[in-house]
Design a protein around this ligand. Structure first.
Ligand code: PXP
Length: 264
């Protein structure tokens, strides 16, 4: 199926904040038993109906959740733009070039980690990353780099011609969970400043990792942000209220935060 281009027509000046729903953990539950249930593709269709603007899936080197077949089926069946998260390796590049998703988000990946623990070191790894960015972009795929909210990394992302940076929101979210309000304020301020800095460099700015109903609003209110990518919490919350309702609730919080910003 032809994918809608997820390109935002602005860099945060309009009110709409895109929601990318990460369906990795639907596959985690499926893989706990093998078989096909629950099906990430069905979750992607539900997400679209519930107000998602895009679908994100991380094809990890160890295939612990999303599989190669999932990517094929998502590309064949969904009309929302697919953001394929992947490590910068030859294997993943080949897969991306075969499928040509709307966007690829390059992330650091370690086999032993539970989830993506930190941002990419773009500044230290630009020699390695530059050809991946170029080859993806040459194929018409938008390239996003998952980075910490740090000016050095953002300058490096600009210098290797990334289209998008996704700011790692994990440190902010973890401080909130720990109840450390002072640290949360510091981390939120880092996200705010990095968003402004990246937008001024001409980068499209996204954020994600660890966002929940309790943490999303101040992030959603950051005016330069164009998209949030959210997964684990939405799938967890689906156990209580269903996936569509979980996504609608998140969408409402994002829209409310954005509306307050616009009206302010
Ligand atoms: N963005 C990136 C780059 C990620 O690696 C992840 C986790 O897979 C997410 C967003 C979503 O994070 P979470 O599942 O904590 O919402």
């Amino acid at each position: 199926m032809t994918q809608h281009n997820g390109t935002a027509s602005h860099n945060g000046t309009s009110g709409h904040l895109r929601l990318g729903v990460n369906i990795d953990h639907v596959a985690t539950i499926r893989n706990a038993r093998g078989g096909r249930h629950p099906d990430p593709v069905r979750a992607a269709h539900l997400a679209a109906e519930a107000g998602a603007d895009g679908i994100t899936a991380h094809l990890r080197e160890d295939r612990r959740h999303i599989s190669d077949d999932d990517i094929t089926m998502l590309m064949d069946e969904i009309s929302l733009p697919l953001n394929l998260e992947m490590a910068a390796t030859e294997e993943m590049l080949e897969i991306a070039l075969k499928h040509r998703p709307n966007a690829c988000c390059l992330v650091p990946e370690k086999r032993e980690e539970l989830t993506t623990e930190g941002g990419l070191d773009v500044a230290g790894g630009h020699n390695h990353l530059t050809p991946y960015v170029a080859r993806l972009r040459d194929a018409g795929i938008r390239v996003s780099l998952f980075v910490d909210p740090d000016e050095t990394q953002l300058n490096a992302a600009r210098s290797i011609d990334a289209d998008i940076v996704e700011l790692h929101a994990g440190a902010y979210c973890e401080s909130c969970i720990d109840g450390d309000h002072e640290a949360a304020d510091v981390e939120l301020d880092r996200l705010r400043r990095a968003s402004g800095f990246a937008a001024d460099l001409g980068l499209e700015v996204h954020a994600g990792h660890g966002l929940t109903f309790d943490t999303v609003e101040p992030v959603a209110a950051i005016p330069q942000l164009v998209e949030l990518n959210i997964g684990h919490f939405l799938v967890g919350e689906a156990i209580y209220v269903g996936l569509a309702q979980s996504i609608r609730n998140m969408r409402n919080l994002m829209d409310g935060a954005r509306a307050n910003r616009v009206d302010a």
